[in-house]
Design a protein around this ligand. Structure first.
Ligand code: B12
Ligand code: SF4
Length: 506
C-alpha cells in the first residue's frame, strides 16, 4: 500500500443532476494500478472540504489534484487548494483542465498551485508523480505538457503530440462506482431516461480566435475509433440500460468516416444522442449520411454559428468555409432530415467604435430571427464574447488595445464580477455598455419565451402556450425592454437554459 496517496477532485460545477466527471476519470485511468488514489466529486458531496480534509487527516495523502474549468468550479478549486496547503504544508497541489491551462500564470503565481498539467494528462500526470516519488527533479523538466515554477521563473515544458486515443487505458468506471454509484450520473434528459456523458476525442482541428480550445490544442485533433466508442456505449446499454448519450467532444463530427461508422453500429440500439460540431464540416456530409445519423438516434447537434456576418466570422478566425448564407441553408437542410440544429451565437465582439458594436448586436438579433423563421425548431444559444488568452492572435491584440485585462490574482477570479465572466453572460469587456448587455439579455428572454428550449422538457402543454402567448407580441414587434412577465414565468417554472449547467435533467 502506497503511503503518498493521490486525491482527484472534481469541484462542484452544477446544482442539479450531474454528469460523470470524465476529466478526473481519465486522469484516474492514467494512474490506475500504478498508484493509490481516490475520487472526490464536489457535485455529489454535501461538504466536499470535509471529505477532502478527512482523507488528508489520515496522513496517507500527499497529492491534492483538481480539475479546474472556469466559472463555478473556481469557487471550490481556489479556496480548497489554498486551505490544503495551509493545513498540510507538505502536500503537493496539481491542477489540470481548461482554466488551469489557459490561466496558468495567475494559477502558478498564487503560491498554492505547485504544478499544472497543460493539455492531456494521460502521460504527463503519471510521469510527474513518478518523478516526485523518486525525488528526481531533473526528470520533471523533461515531462511534456507541464507548467511549474523554479527560482521565480515559470517553466513551460514542450507540448506533447496528441496520443492515439485508442491506446489509452479504459476508464476506471468500476472503481468510480465504489465512490459514487454510476447509475446516479445517468440522468433523465430531453433525449432519454438515462443519459450517459461521453468524451471520445481530444482537441479540434480549427483555430477560432475566441475559443479556449485553441491555445491548448493548436489545431490538433485525435479521436477514438467508432468501434471503441460503440463498445463503451454498449457496455452502458447492457449494464445500465442507457437510452441516450451526450458527446462532450469539442468537435465530435471532425471525421465523417468515424461518424458514419459509429451511426451504422448504433442502428437499432434505440439510443438518442447529441454532440458538438461545425456547420461547414457537417454540411459536407451527404443527405444519406445525415439520414443515417438520424436513424441511428442523432437528435440534436450543437453548432457554433457565432454570427451571420461574414466580416465578423473573419474577425473570429472561424476558418473553414462557414458563411451567413451557409448557416441559413444548413438549418433548412437539418429540418428536412429532422435533426435539431442547436446554434450558438457569440454577440458583443469588439469593433472600431461603440456604435459599430451595437449595430452588430442588432444585426445578429435580426439574423437569429431569420434563422428561426427558416427552421422554428432550431435552438438558439446566445453567448457574450468572453476573451480567452489566445496570445499572438489579432483578436487578442485588439482586446488588449481596448483596455481589457484578466485578474492578476486567483482570489479576484472568485469575486462576484469575475465569477460570471466565463459563463459568457456578462463579461467585463470595456467595449460593451450596460445598454448593449440589456438589449441582448432582454432579447434572449423574449426569444426563450416565444421559443422555449426543447431541452427543458418540463416546459410543455399549457406552460409553453402561456409563455408563447405573453411573449408573442414582443417577439413580433421587436419590443424587448423590461420583459418582467416572461422572467416571472421562467422563474416560477424554474426554466433552465442549457448553456450554463447543461441540459435540464432529473
Ligand atoms: C462536461 C463539461 C461541462 C459540464 C461540467 C462537467 C464537470 N466536470 O462536472 C457542465 C455542463 C456543467 C459545464 C459547464 C460549463 N462549462 Co464546461 N465543459 C464540459 C466539456 C464539454 C467536457 C469536459 C470533459 O469532461 N472533458 C473530458 C476530459 C477527459 O478532458 P479534459 O477535461 O480536457 O481532461 C484532460 C486534460 O485537460 C487533463 N486534465 C483535466 N483535468 C485535470 C486534472 C488533473 C489533476 C490533471 C493532472 C489533469 C487534468 O487531463 C485530462 C485527460 O487527458 C468541456 C469541453 C471539452 N470537450 O473538454 C467544456 C468546457 C471545459 N467548459 C467550458 C465552459 C466555459 C463552461 C462554463 C463555464 C460556461 C459555459 N457557458 O459553458 C459552464 C459553467 C461551468 C460550471 N457550471 O461549473 C469551456 C472552458 C473554456 C475556457 N474558457 O477555458 C469548455 C472547454 C467548452 C468550450 N469549448 O468552450 N461544462
Ligand atoms: S471549431 Fe469550435 S472547438 Fe474548434 S476552435 Fe472553433 S470554436 Fe473552438
Amino acid at each position: 500500500m502506497m503511503k503518498n496517496k493521490i486525491l482527484l477532485f472534481n469541484p462542484r460545477s452544477a446544482n442539479a443532476k450531474h454528469r460523470i466527471p470524465n476529466s478526473i476519470l481519465q486522469v484516474g485511468a492514467a494512474i490506475h494500478g500504478k498508484f493509490d488514489y481516490v475520487f472526490v466529486d464536489g457535485n455529489l458531496e454535501d461538504n466536499a472540504w470535509k471529505t477532502i480534509d478527512d482523507y488528508f487527516k489520515t496522513g496517507e495523502f500527499k497529492y491534492f489534484c483538481s480539475t479546474v474549468m472556469p466559472g463555478p468550479q473556481l469557487k471550490e478549486a481556489i479556496p480548497f487548494s489554498k486551505k490544503i496547503k495551509e493545513s498540510y504544508p507538505n502536500c503537493i497541489t496539481i491542477w489540470g483542465g481548461y482554466f488551469a491551462a489557459n490561466q496558468f500564470k495567475v494559477s502558478i503565481n498564487s503560491g498554492y498551485v505547485d504544478y499544472i498539467i497543460s493539455g492531456p494528462g494521460d502521460v504527463a500526470f503519471p510521469s510527474l508523480i513518478e518523478a516526485l516519488e523518486a525525488n528526481d527533479y531533473e526528470r520533471i523538466s523533461k515531462i511534456k505538457n507541464l507548467i511549474y515554477k523554479e527560482e521565480e521563473q515559470i517553466i513551460t515544458t514542450a507540448k506533447e503530440a496528441l496520443l492515439d486515443q485508442n491506446s489509452l487505458p479504459n476508464l476506471p468506471y468500476e472503481f468510480m462506482d465504489t465512490f459514487y454509484p454510476l447509475k446516479n450520473y445517468l440522468a433523465k434528459t430531453f433525449m432519454g431516461n438515462k443519459t450517459l456523458s461521453y468524451h471520445s476525442s481530444m482537441g479540434c482541428p480549427f483555430t477560432c480566435s475566441f475559443c479556449a480550445v485553441v491555445p491548448i490544442y493548436n489545431a490538433r485533433w485525435k479521436g477514438k475509433s467508432a468501434e471503441n466508442i460503440y463498445k463503451d456505449v454498449k457496455f452502458f446499454k447492457d449494464t445500465y440500460n442507457i437510452d441516450a448519450v451526450e458527446f462532450h467532444d469539442n468537435n465530435f463530427f471532425t471525421s465523417r468516416k468515424r461518424v458514419v461508422e459509429f451511426s451504422k453500429l448504433l442502428l437499432g440500439q434505440n439510443i438518442q444522442w447529441w454532440g458538438e460540431g461545425r456547420i461547414d464540416t457537417i454540411n459536407k456530409y451527404s443527405d444519406e449520411d445525415l439520414h443515417l445519423m438520424r436513424e441511428a438516434g442523432c437528435k440534436m447537434i450543437f453548432l457554433g454559428a457565432e454570427t451571420g456576418n461574414d466580416e465578423v466570422l473573419k474577425q473570429m478566425n472561424k476558418g473553414g468555409t462557414q458563411s451567413g448564407k451557409m448557416i441559413e441553408d444548413f438549418v433548412v437542410r437539418m429540418k428536412k432530415v429532422d435533426i435539431i440544429p442547436e446554434l450558438s451565437f457569440v454577440l458583443g465582439m469588439p469593433a472600431k467604435t461603440k456604435e459599430k458594436v451595437y449595430e452588430q448586436i442588432l444585426w445578429d438579433i435580426n439574423f437569429i430571427k431569420k434563422i428561426k423563421k427558416l427552421n422554428p425548431d432550431a435552438e438558439i444559444i446566445i453567448y457574450l464574447y468572453s476573451p480567452v488568452p489566445t496570445e499572438g492572435s489579432d483578436l487578442y491584440q485588439q482586446i488588449l488595445d481596448a483596455g481589457f485585462s484578466f485578474p492578476e490574482t486567483l482570489e479576484e477570479w472568485i469575486e462576484p464580477s469575475w465569477e460570471k465572466f466565463d459563463l459568457r453572460k456578462n463579461p467585463l469587456t470595456p467595449w460593451l455598455s450596460p445598454k448593449m448587455i440589456d438589449t441582448i439579455r432582454n432579447f434572449e428572454t423574449v426569444l426563450n419565451g416565444y421559443y422555449p428550449t426543447v431541452s427543458d422538457f418540463r416546459i410543455k402543454g399549457y406552460k409553453k402556450s402561456l409563455l408563447r402567448l405573453v411573449s408573442g407580441y414582443r417577439y413580433k414587434y421587436n419590443i424587448y425592454k423590461f420583459p418582467y412577465e416572461i422572467k416571472a414565468l421562467h422563474k416560477i417554472w424554474k426554466y433552465r437554459q442549457p448553456e450554463i449547467q447543461g441540459f435540464y435533467s432529473e
